[in-house]
Design a protein around this ligand. Structure first.
Ligand SMILES: *[C@@H]1O[C@H](CO)[C@@H](O)[C@H](O)[C@H]1NC(C)=O
Length: 280
């Protein structure tokens, strides 16, 4: 039997092990963190105090500032303390708490940005209905929904990561307890956990991401290189992607997955079938 010792604390390896860089990095992060706090607190104060800013857009922006403060605070102070004091040991529970808080606020931020995009869409594309679509009730729902989703998403990921057994090493190759860095230390079978991580992140955007990266990736490869450094043969192969493959993929990626297009497709299909039956 192998000798298993449970991990009770982690050591964050941080950004650098070079002692000469620690003070400059500390001062840089201190500056960044101070600007983050002052800028975002200032925004919140301004929005609360000025009644002309009591509109949906500023309601979202105020919440965005709040979330920015929180998720920066989940990481930056501990990194700064590590740089200044050289103490980068973090207990098992503190590591889980940091991962959870960071994931909550990062997810809320994602959802708030999506809500803000919807708000601007409503204001720009349907201005006449704006006051009836973006009511206080809708705004409250969008914002509280963002926090609920953040809480659920972070619970799933943190529980998923900390359900693993840690025994291999407790050296985290990162400056905070982020999911992949901690997961890498586990000696359990991580296959399912890693698949979950990849699946939830990619499920909504994988096809768009593939199309965009094939298009821009190949175009960048072709046109952003000095002409002496590449051979005409690879160029020709690469060109196949953006001249032929992309035009083929675009309908699949952008249109066929939309509900409206699927419905329209089914309608045309049934119209075609009944036309065929009538003409027989
Ligand atoms: C849920 O959390 C994971 C891990 O932090 C993250 O990768 C993913 O983007 C989050 N989902 C949303 C909708 O933000």
């Amino acid at each position: 039997m192998e000798n298993r010792t449970e991990v009770t604390e982690f050591i964050l390896l941080g950004l650098t092990s070079d002692p000469g860089l620690q003070l400059p990095l500390f001062l840089t992060f201190l500056l960044i963190y101070t600007i983050t706090l002052v800028g975002n607190l200032g925004m919140i104060l301004l929005i609360v105090l000025d009644s002309r800013l009591h509109t949906p857009m500023y309601f979202f922006l105020g919440n965005l500032s709040l979330v920015d403060i929180c998720y920066s605070s989940a990481v930056t102070p501990t990194v700064m303390a590590g740089l200044l004091l050289g103490d980068t040991v973090i207990s098992y529970n503190a590591c889980a708490a940091q991962m959870f808080l960071f994931a909550v606020f990062a997810t809320v931020e994602n959802c708030l940005l999506a809500s803000m995009a919807y708000d601007r869409y409503a204001a720009v594309c349907e201005p006449l209905h704006y006051t009836t679509t973006m009511t206080t009730r809708v705004c409250t729902w969008l914002i509280s929904g963002s926090y609920v989703i953040g809480f659920l998403n972070a619970s799933i990921y943190t529980a998923d990561t900390f359900s693993l057994t840690f025994c291999r090493s407790n050296l985290v190759h990162h400056f905070f307890c982020d999911i992949p860095a901690v997961m890498a230390l586990s000696c359990s079978d991580r296959h399912v956990n890693e698949m979950l991580l990849v699946y939830i992140a990619l499920s909504t955007c994988a096809s768009h991401f593939t199309a965009v990266s094939i298009f821009y990736g190949t175009v960048i490869f072709m046109y952003l290189q000095p002409s002496s450094s590449h051979s005409m043969d690879t160029d020709k192969v690469i060109s196949v992607f953006y001249t032929m493959v992309i035009p083929m993929l675009n309908p699949v990626v952008y249109s066929l997955r939309n509900q409206e297009v699927k419905t329209a497709f089914l309608k045309v299909k049934s119209a075609f079938i009944s036309w065929k039956q009538n003409s027989l």
